[in-house]
Design a protein around this ligand. Structure first.
Ligand code: ZN
Length: 417
């Protein structure tokens, strides 16, 4: 059987034929070149408008990298024609295997993009002896295609999250669909300003925004304002994950201040290495950690009192009735305001200030699962680590859409991976 027979089976083009196959490259890294020619009766297609146009001239041969065979690099070789198009002028013809001006074939692009879901981009480049740039371009192509073809019908619940990236205070705004039937990353924006989220709503469209039933977010003011304006009909829920993150931050602050204070007074370092004891839920501690926590709780420390206030607040989420949850919230806030622990008082003031939105959690109960936004947050951090932190916004965007966007792929006659 000839290589051409296999090629015709996995990837056949209507207006082109495979001609000769030849060896090139060196002894150590052999390559195969597959020559492509147009069918004699076919007029070239303009890459601008997609219409058949008269030929103008022919450009020099170009090589397009194809899926490797048994560790041998494979290239399609073709000398593209230019068309004389009355609408677009003189243009290079449309080549169905090519991705714009890139030196990769679509098949190879989808192949690399497929592997880039399983491995880091660097690993993909190493395994297939190609450049990081090629992998990036392939994923970019897959993301562009997927974003252009994704179905945005029926989105009822969205979650808004932000993550810090790069050094300093730089953020990305992420919007997820968190419906029970479909969970995916919908949109990414640079920064976390009101303007950023407004851009999401512009992209999402007024019609779809009006059809949203639930919006989940942090207490970040610019977001709150935009949500109230753009999706006023939706039940706006402050999600548990973000609220508990504020507690962790406050607890960290209390503990750090107290450690310093105790040290200055020359007390024994009871608080060293207790950070995780205080931040984790008790049920997630090991036996050893648990006994250490029990010991720590005997001290009348601000950190301990703050910890107990945090743990007490966890009961809030178990309520069913919004009214009783509200009663609990009020009692807890009053108690905390008397605690003289400033970072905790700040949390209490913040929660009181957002009482209505906070209680919306109970109105939406059963409709939203609290873990979704948190789960995505973890995955985003994981993706970032796999790409060695995102160096550019474009890189971050492409990597995250590819990993979390649940983007569609075209139907191919043959799947190479
Ligand atoms: Zn044209």
């Amino acid at each position: 059987m000839q290589l051409k027979t296999i090629l015709n089976r996995v990837q056949k083009f209507k207006s082109f034929v495979y001609k000769s196959v030849r060896w090139t490259g060196s002894q150590e890294s052999p390559e195969l070149e597959v020559e492509i020619v147009e069918r004699s009766n076919g007029k070239p297609v303009c890459s601008g408008c997609g219409c058949r146009r008269p030929g103008y001239d022919r450009r020099p041969e170009r090589r397009f990298e194809f899926v490797p065979l048994w560790g041998i690099k494979v290239f399609l070789v073709y000398a593209p024609r230019r068309v004389d198009c009355p609408d677009c002028g003189v243009r290079v013809e449309l080549m169905p295997w090519a991705i714009g001006k890139r030196p990769l074939t679509k098949a190879y692009g989808w192949f690399l993009a497929g592997w880039a879901k399983r491995l880091s981009w660097k690993e993909v480049a190493e395994v297939f002896r190609t450049s990081w740039e090629s992998v990036f371009r392939s994923v970019e192509m897959a993301v562009e295609w997927g974003r252009a073809h994704q179905d945005l019908k029926g989105v009822q619940a969205i979650g808004i999250d932000e993550i810090a990236w790069k050094k300093g205070h730089r953020y990305l705004t992420l919007v997820y669909q968190i419906d029970s039937h479909c969970k995916r990353l919908l949109w990414i924006g640079e920064a976390r300003k009101a303007k950023t989220l407004l851009r999401f709503f512009r992209w999402f469209g007024a019609q779809r925004s009006q059809e949203l039933k639930y919006v989940c977010s942090d207490m970040w003011k610019p977001y709150l304002k935009v949500i109230a304006r753009k999706a006023a009909q939706a039940v706006h829920v402050l999600d548990r994950f973000h609220i508990m993150a504020h507690f962790s931050k406050a607890l960290d602050e209390v503990r750090a201040g107290e450690v310093k204070e105790l040290k200055a007074k020359g007390y024994e370092p009871v608080l060293t290495k207790t950070r995780w004891l205080l931040l984790r839920r008790p049920e997630n501690l090991s036996d050893k950690q648990e006994s250490k926590l029990a010991e720590l709780l005997q001290y009348n420390l601000r950190s301990v009192r703050a910890y107990l206030l945090k743990e007490e607040f966890q009961f809030f989420w178990n309520y069913v009735s919004p009214w009783w949850a509200g009663q609990f919230l009020d009692k807890w806030s009053t108690k905390t305001m008397r605690s003289k622990i400033e970072p905790m008082k700040k949390v209490a003031r913040m929660l009181r200030g957002h009482r209505t939105l906070l209680l919306n959690w109970f109105h939406a109960k059963g409709q939203l699962s609290s873990g979704v936004v948190e789960g995505f947050n973890t995955k985003v951090k994981l993706t970032s680590r796999k790409s060695f932190g995102f160096r550019t916004f474009r890189g971050a965007e492409i990597a995250l859409y590819h990993a979390l966007g649940a983007l569609p792929e075209p139907e191919l006659t043959h799947r190479f991976c």
